[in-house]
Design a protein around this ligand. Structure first.
Ligand SMILES: Cc1cc2nc3c(=O)[nH]c(=O)nc-3n(C[C@H](O)[C@H](O)[C@H](O)COP(=O)(O)OP(=O)(O)OC[C@H]3O[C@@H](n4cnc5c(N)ncnc54)[C@H](O)[C@@H]3O)c2cc1C
Length: 493
């Protein structure tokens, strides 16, 4: 199958009923439930864009092995132009959702590409696993599937390892091996877009301890496989609110779910890693995963910063606070963060690294810096938006007031500076509220803080793995040579 259309994606969801639980009810067909209508529509739009002549050259490429077109995120890179094409594709999809849908299909398409590009890491345990990774990449690419992923164990007792929890299978683990595959039991938390995905990819982030062998695993399964259950968080929007009042929340809410595996059989050809703590811990660093995924998340993060900062600028102009020096200082700082982020992306492409396979990948340091930096920068931008929007964010009328007996009052008292009509000013402040105040905005903030892992440990790893430490030190050594021997100075004084 060449790249899918939105309709093919939706038909695929319908044809594979799943166990998605929301407020105590099981929803088998997510396409017909209001809580999932908006994200399904948005993902479908992204698939349709692959067929739009305006975008298709950016969003797709011809796969040399098949002669068919696939999503650009699946493309391995040989040149800087290839890396730029990848970034352009990330940008086009991110701008379509204003960066609000962090786990659009290109994120995990990139992940499976990065795994296949460094499949030898999986081969360290078993050559079969290496082949499985390569075949799975081709399968996802050639069928243009939409994946979710679930890496994090549930927060039951963070002071204990997985094997040491009250029940060994609270954190997902392998119960036993059979001739057909491995039997997996337990939970993983927070599969964003899981309810409306085709498949789930499970692997570990580093941190497993000796004893965690049965928790060291990587595999992929269709989300409708027997024994897989998803428990959704309460939705913020279920179709009852107007897009005037909540322009972002009514369009871009990504459902999040806890994934439970009730003794699920993962066939051997879907197993990529099993029973090896050392390789599970090394996987993140030794594959090309972190380089390539950080490229996608950086491009997406820039789109989101642009929307948030653009909203802060427009809001300031709307009520003419933009002439005050402290407002300009705040906006200037936000703009500086945005431009630094764009600079990191370009640097990661120009200073590319060559992989063991002879392909290239974006440089790690600028993207790692950006990944850790965004966790702290986005909340600061939102704080600027809250500070500048102030009480105006809260006193906005609703869409219905514009066509009611109080319409004249609304038109009069909600107008902006320089004759800005109330309808436009309120629309702008509603956008700002979705970003900075609504439950949707709170999730977006929490997403940026946590999607790449714990901000504390991530920032510390910026120091731990900094690749230019020796350069820093040699500079210091040279500077220290400027200081004379204190004993000599003491004698001559
Ligand atoms: C909106 C949203 C969407 C997400 N989507 C996905 C997704 O699609 N797929 C996915 O796999 N994950 C996803 N995540 C999960 C994300 O990867 C985790 O939230 C993140 O890795 C942090 O883990 P945690 O939430 O369990 O926090 P914890 O690790 O439990 O941390 C909680 C607090 O305790 C501290 N702490 C805990 N353990 C330690 C320790 N050992 N050492 C030092 N400090 C510690 C942390 O510093 C932190 O302040 C998402 C998260 C959010 C918020």
């Amino acid at each position: 199958m060449p790249v899918r259309t939105g309709k093919q994606y939706i038909d695929g969801l319908k044809s594979r009923p799943r166990d998605v639980w929301l407020r105590g009810k099981c929803i088998r067909d997510v396409t017909s439930h209001p809580a999932f209508a908006a994200p399904v529509r948005q993902i479908a739009k992204l698939y349709d864009m692959q067929h739009d002549p305006k975008y298709s050259d950016i969003l797709t490429y011809e796969v040399p092995a098949t002669g068919k077109r696939a999503g650009t995120a699946f493309m391995m890179s040989k040149t800087v132009e290839d890396l730029r094409k990848r970034r352009d594709a990330f940008r086009v999809w991110s701008e379509a959702t204003f960066g609000m849908m962090g786990r659009s299909p290109d994120f995990l398409n990139t992940t499976v590409m990065a795994f296949a590009e460094s499949s030898d890491v999986f081969g360290r345990i078993d050559k079969r696993f290496q082949t499985n990774v390569e075949r799975y990449y081709e399968y996802v690419r050639d069928n243009d599937l939409f994946l979710t992923h679930a890496l994090i164990t549930p927060q039951i007792d963070r002071s204990r390892s997985s094997f040491d929890q009250a029940d060994e299978f609270l954190h997902m683990g392998v119960v036993r091996e059979t001739a057909e595959g491995i039997i997996v039991r337990g939970a993983r938390m927070l599969a964003t877009l899981g309810p409306i995905a085709d498949e789930v990819l499970v692997y570990n982030l580093p941190g497993l301890k000796p004893g965690d062998e049965r928790h060291a695993m990587a595999f992929a399964m269709p989300v409708d496989a027997k024994g897989i259950k998803q428990i959704c968080r309460e939705p913020f929007d279920e179709g009852g609110r107007s897009s005037y009042d909540h322009p972002l929340a009514t369009n871009f809410e990504e459902p999040d779910a806890l994934l439970i595996f009730d003794d699920v059989l993962v066939p051997w050809d879907r197993v990529f890693l099993h029973n090896n703590v050392e390789v599970a811990n090394a996987m993140y660093v030794d594959t090309n995963l972190r380089n390539h995924t950080a490229h996608q998340t950086a491009a997406r993060g820039v789109a989101k910063l642009q929307l948030a900062i653009g909203t802060a600028v427009a809001l300031s102009e709307a009520v003419k606070i933009d002439g005050f020096l402290h407002v300009q200082e705040k906006l200037g700082e936000c703009i500086g963060w945005l431009e630094l982020a764009k600079g990191c992306i370009v640097r990661s492409e120009v200073e590319f690294e060559t992989t063991r396979m002879g392909t290239i990948r974006t440089a790690f340091t600028p993207l790692q810096t950006l990944r850790a930096f965004m966790q702290r920068t986005y909340p600061k931008v939102i704080e600027v938006l809250q500070t500048l929007g102030a009480g105006g964010l809260l006193m906005m009328p609703s869409a219905a007031d514009f066509a009611s007996p109080i319409a004249d009052d609304v038109a009069k008292y909600y107008q902006g500076a320089a004759g800005m009509p109330a309808e436009d000013r309120v629309r702008l402040f509603k956008l700002a509220w979705d970003l900075a105040g609504d439950a949707f905005g709170s999730r977006q903030l929490q997403y940026e803080r946590y999607y790449a892992g714990d901000p504390v440990r991530l920032m510390a790893s910026n120091y731990q793995f900094y690749q230019y430490k020796d350069e820093l030190k040699s500079l210091i050594d040279r500077a220290l040579l400027l200081a004379e021997d204190p004993k000599k100075i003491g004698k001559s004084a």
